[in-house]
Ligand binder design. Structure first.
Ligand code: DP6
Length: 359
């Protein structure tokens, strides 16, 4: 296997100033990453669907400067709540991106989804920022587009683990698995062998609770370190990942549903059995899950759910059932959504550069 140290020598002149803009989507894990070791090393491998409509557009405007500095705006406004995470990100990536630290940088970012929706903006946000940075590096060094995405995934991981998976669609795998070639803990790899049904799979996100989570993902991950069931969980995730790969390829939707719903509930079971324990689901989360099970039983339509580290419910289903599921949401599920809000998304193709200019 090719080894990477992600340190490239500059061969061209550094631009004095410029702008790079990148777009990157959110993703939803089917086999969940829950538990990590320093620095941002997952305790089990994960696999996600890359999304399409929920994405972040990030521009970095850079200018040569004697001192490195950055400022950050979201939707045109300064936002200090993200600064600690971005500062930690810059200090972690410094050894891999030394060229960046000769500039002062203005980062402006926009999300297509509401900031307070409970949808994690860190996955799309860090992956868009990382891709923009590596695009600038590609301008002054010599490496392929394939290596550009690898490095962007590697850097994204240092911002937020799940961000490493957002670079690639339709699916991405992050974390070492003994039977998956090239899988590793440092960056995600694309996973392409999936049936067309899954390539256009729908994810309608019901916004059950838009408030700030009581326990952050970072705290939750760390609680896995002294968790009574951690070893069993890591073994299960490895096993589930292997099975899921086959199900995605063969279009075994029934087994896909039982595996992914079990993953979602196991994630929350881990939270409920941590010390200290906590619950991120709300009453609406559980009610929606029950309605989905009833609907599936009555109609035989393969509608299922997954959850991330919050109360929102991701409804997963093949595109051909879109209208029926929309009618079901309107008639039975919308009452559980805060301000009747939900977001229609589907499987997408990953991150891309939107524009670049240098002086
Ligand atoms: C439940 O990637 O948000 O969504 O690495 O601390 O930033 P950090 O955590 P984060 O954790 C995501 C957890 C999850 C499962 C997943 O996306 O795999």
């Amino acid at each position: 296997m090719k080894t990477h140290n992600f340190k490239y020598n500059p061969i061209n002149n550094f631009p004095k100033s410029g702008l790079v803009s990148a777009e990157s989507p959110s993703n939803i894990a089917l086999v969940k990453y829950w538990g990590k070791k320093p620095i941002q090393i997952p305790t089990n491998p994960s696999l996600s669907f890359t999304l399409k409509n929920c994405h972040t557009v990030t521009s970095i405007e850079f200018k040569k400067s004697n001192n490195f500095s950055f400022n950050f705006t979201i939707d045109g406004k300064k936002n200090t709540s993200f600064l600690p995470k971005i500062e930690a990100f810059f200090s972690r990536i410094k050894e891999f991106t030394p060229f960046l630290f000769q500039y002062s940088i203005a980062i402006s970012t926009k999300n297509t989804f509401p900031h307070s929706s409970g949808i994690a903006s860190s996955a799309s946000g860090f992956s868009a920022l990382a891709l923009a940075i590596v695009q600038l590096e590609q301008k002054i060094s010599d490496f392929s587009d394939e290596d550009k995405y690898l490095k962007a995934s590697f850097l994204s991981r240092l911002g937020s683990g799940s961000a490493s998976r957002s670079l690639y669609g339709p699916c991405a795998i992050w974390g070492h698995h003994k039977s998956i070639e090239f899988s590793n803990n440092e960056f995600a790899i694309p996973h392409l062998k999936i049936h067309p049904t899954f390539k256009s799979y729908q994810d309608t996100i019901l916004l059950i609770d838009k408030g700030v989570k009581k326990v952050s993902s970072t705290v939750g991950h760390n609680l896995m370190n002294n968790h009574p069931f951690s070893e069993q969980r890591y073994n299960q995730a490895n096993q589930n990942l292997k099975e899921l790969i086959t199900l995605l390829e063969t279009e075994d939707i029934e087994k896909f549903i039982s595996l992914t719903e079990s993953e979602a509930l196991t994630l929350h079971a881990m939270m409920m059995t941590s010390n200290p324990y906590f619950i991120l689901m709300k009453e609406g989360t559980v009610s929606v899950i029950e309605r989905i099970w009833e609907f599936r039983k009555e109609t035989n339509i393969p509608l299922s759910f997954t959850l991330d580290a919050g109360a929102n419910v991701h409804l997963l289903y093949p595109k051909s059932y879109k209208q029926t599921v929309m009618d079901f949401i309107q008639s039975e599920l919308i009452v559980f959504c805060e301000n009747q809000q939900y977001i229609c998304d589907e499987v997408g193709s990953g991150a891309k550069i939107l524009k670049e200019s240098y002086a």
